[in-house]
Design a protein around this ligand. Structure first.
Ligand SMILES: [Zn+2]
Length: 256
């Protein structure tokens, strides 16, 4: 396990690069902080040490806090749980990230060369997805087609200011996770989070529709089927006019 985690260091360094682009004043906005609960069991202990030393979760929290100002401070807490979950607990203003989930994620992606590079973006996707659930709840954002759909749309809105390279990075993590192993569908978390091709397409299509010149890789890498690409601009406009308008007052609109 320790060896596997060490292999992920290079990938997680990308998270730090991502956060390095966030200026210091980003931290002054109301946002996320990270707390690490005590870990039990050797695998949980290793993954906690690794995440703490790499500052990977702090990097994601800083990045999110930079882009979106929240109504109140929220906590991303790693902890021991009975299931493999990432769950938003509003009464504690906390996104609970179970060590078991992190261990299983590393077990899926760090064992083979073909999937190892996806560890950091897949972790980032899982975290951003959980944070998006918290945002829908905290900001009382509309979810007329269900919360999962609203979360996917929110992810797309976050990828637009992030730019093509970072946006592709997260989406490719999502796609690799989807293809990595059938065991994903057996996890508790997967019961409401099945990573179907349609989900990846929806997020990619919305980001591409927002700015095709910035996201050409989404088409080039086959994230959006040709038949769907023509409707992406209109799909993005619908989301921008709905969810986007609600989010706008709290979101930065340019790169640092
Ligand atoms: Zn979800």
């Amino acid at each position: 396990m320790k060896r596997m985690v060490n292999r992920g260091c290079l990938g997680l360094a990308a998270l730090l690069l991502l956060a390095a682009a966030v200026p210091a004043q980003g931290q002054a906005r109301t946002g996320w902080r990270v707390e690490y609960d005590e870990a039990q069991g050797s695998e949980s202990v290793h993954i906690r040490q690794f995440l703490e030393q790499s500052n990977a979760l702090d990097a994601t929290a800083r990045w999110m806090s930079y882009w979106v100002s929240l109504p109140r401070p929220l906590t991303l807490r790693t902890m021991e749980c009975a299931t493999s979950e990432v769950r938003w607990v509003p009464e504690e203003a906390t996104l609970q990230v179970c060590y078991r989930m992190l261990v299983r994620l590393s077990g899926l992606l760090l064992v083979e060369d073909s999937t190892r590079a996806a560890w950091a973006p897949a972790l980032n996707y899982v975290l951003l997805h959980g944070m998006a659930h918290a945002m829908v709840d905290e900001m009382n954002l509309p979810a007329p087609n269900g919360e999962e759909r609203a979360v996917d749309e929110l992810m797309a809105l976050m990828l637009v200011p992030a730019g093509g390279e970072r946006g592709s990075w997260v989406l490719n993590g999502m796609r690799t996770l989807q293809r990595a192993d059938a065991r994903w569908s057996e996890w508790e978390h997967a019961r409401t989070h099945q990573l179907t091709p349609e989900r990846v397409e929806t997020v990619a299509c919305l980001a591409y529709g927002a700015n095709p010149p910035v996201f050409p890789e989404y088409r080039r890498h086959g994230l959006i089927p040709a038949a769907r690409a023509g409707g992406c601009a209109a799909a993005y406009q619908r989301v921008a006019n709905g969810l986007g308008r609600r989010l706008e007052p709290r979101m930065r609109d340019r790169q640092p």
